[in-house]
Design a protein around this ligand. Structure first.
Ligand code: AMP
Ligand code: ZN
Length: 462
């Protein structure tokens, strides 16, 4: 079965379905106020890799991923949420209504994830359409003595009422320092680390509740949706590693306090993507979108391949060079599959398939799985028909559309950017009998993936 690294227990654990043969996976979804970048997309790829790995064991995955279209404040990374709502702020900047903006970026998110062959989750509830679930849950937490309402209609979670707070991230309550805000700790809180479940307000996008008009906090959204759509026993909860604290600690405290036991069995977190050596983030200014990748002439699935070259919990650095290299590999594999499709059919190479799938089951060791695929590509001892079957079989977990070129006339090769100029310069160098320059240019072309051969009629390339 599949084993995953559990952030809370800090060890590898086997994922065993709690009840019937289904695994329930909750994954924190996007705040739909801008395009997802390639770093965000790595976090959304994680549940897809889990899903594909489970499929092979004939275990049915049920995935729920929320769509945050209200309630995520710009300062939610702090434990004390105050400040502006991300969706409302961006809607004002773009001059559209909050819902219009949210739907626009939600559509973009669905297109991007589909282009990466990330299968659609079974449930994708929106925050604005599940307010009643959150209100119900908050009422329950108040009733059980885990939350308290204050005079402006806000409701806070009483952090000290949940003794195991901090088990995911290692941030113990007694060691947490009050935030560094100028205005100091909100005096209505009983304890500085308490957080808002509901914020009293009469701004845009607010709802009536027994406590007054307002909007939900970001953390309560995930508790309410996961309990409603997956139930009180959730096998795996995923997210990017920055969500461990406070988002997942708060969610765990809320959900467990509401039902009286641990709701989530395994907490699994994905590491960050760096681009050119720095964390990909809007604030860093090094964001790459899937549309940028396509505009550069690369297949979006080259991003999927490049991400899988590293295990989900390894930090990884992307560059345009690695993306271009992944694109070349992808195209070569598709072409080889199309060539092998012409050969007599043969059974799959069980040894290769087993090794690749075992790597997947071993905490999603995608780099090892890809190494097996590369070995098989070059292994001439395996009949082409067998390589064909094995590649297609493994594509169920890889999700790279490796059969895309079957039956297509081989595409006329296209030179990568800059190569035409280098070829021309090399032609001139050879005419001038400048062999040193000619060799240097041949090496430069090789780095772009262009192989040059000299013939009596001049140079040719492939
Ligand atoms: P955000 O839109 O900032 O809430 O991020 C959405 C998801 O992407 C969260 O799960 C984050 O942990 C994740 N994330 C943000 N930046 C990166 C990055 N550079 N690499 C990987 N995941 C990221
Ligand atoms: Zn969440």
């Amino acid at each position: 079965m599949l084993r995953l690294y559990d952030t809370r227990s800090r060890r590898l654990e086997t994922v065993v379905p709690a009840g019937a043969r289904a695994i329930r996976v909750y994954t924190c979804g996007p705040t739909v106020y801008r395009f997802a970048h390639v770093g965000n997309l790595r976090s959304y790829l994680l549940p897809d890799l889990i899903r594909r790995s489970l499929d092979r064991h004939r275990v049915r995955p049920v995935v729920c991923q929320n769509i945050t279209d209200v309630g995520h404040l710009v300062d939610d990374e702090e434990i004390d949420p105050s400040g502006e709502d991300k969706v409302l702020q961006q809607a004002r900047r773009e001059g559209r209504s909050a819902l219009e903006l949210a739907r626009y970026y939600e559509d973009a998110f669905r297109r991007d994830t589909a282009a990466l062959n990330i299968r659609a989750p079974e449930h994708t509830p929106r925050a604005t359409e599940t307010i009643d679930l959150m209100v119900e849950l908050i009422a329950k937490l108040i009733e059980k003595g885990h939350a308290y309402a204050v005079d402006d209609g806000s409701v806070f979670f009483d952090a000290r009422s949940f003794p195991t707070y901090g088990e995911i991230s290692g941030n113990r309550l007694d060691a947490l320092k009050p935030g560094h805000r100028v205005e100091g700790v909100d005096p209505r809180k009983r304890f500085h680390a308490d957080w808002a479940l509901w914020k009293g307000s009469d701004r845009d996008m607010t709802w009536e509740t027994p406590w007054g008009r307002g909007f939900p906090g970001w953390h309560i959204e995930c508790s309410a949706m996961s309990l409603r759509f997956l139930g009180e026993h959730i096998d795996v909860h995923t997210g990017g590693k920055d969500l461990r604290f406070p988002h997942h600690e708060d969610e765990r405290a809320q959900s467990n306090s509401a039902v009286g036991h641990d709701v989530v069995k395994h907490w699994v977190h994905g590491e960050h993507v760096l681009f050119d050596g720095r964390k990909m983030a809007k604030s860093t200014g090094n964001v790459v979108l899937l549309s940028d990748v396509e505009a550069a002439g690369l297949d979006p699935l080259a991003v999927r391949l490049a991400l899988m070259e590293h295990r989900y919990r390894q930090q990884m650095n992307l560059t345009w060079d690695t993306l271009r290299a992944a694109d070349r590999t992808l195209r070569r594999w598709r072409q080889r599959v199309a060539e092998w499709a012409e050969s007599p059919s043969a059974p799959i190479s069980a040894g290769h398939a087993e090794r690749a799938q075992t790597a997947f089951d071993d905490d999603l060791d995608t780099p090892t799985a890809l190494r097996v695929v590369r070995e098989l590509e070059r292994d001439d001892a395996v009949a082409p028909g067998s390589r064909f079957e094995t590649f297609l079989h493994l594509d169920n977990v890889l999700g790279l559309d490796l059969s895309a070129d079957i039956g297509r006339p081989p595409a006329a090769p296209v030179l990568p950017a800059g190569a035409a100029e280098l070829l021309q310069a090399r032609g001139q160098a050879r005419d001038a009998r400048d062999w040193a320059a000619s060799d240097r240019l041949r090496d430069e072309l090789a780095e772009l993936g262009v192989k040059v051969v000299d013939t009596p009629d001049g140079q040719t390339w492939s």
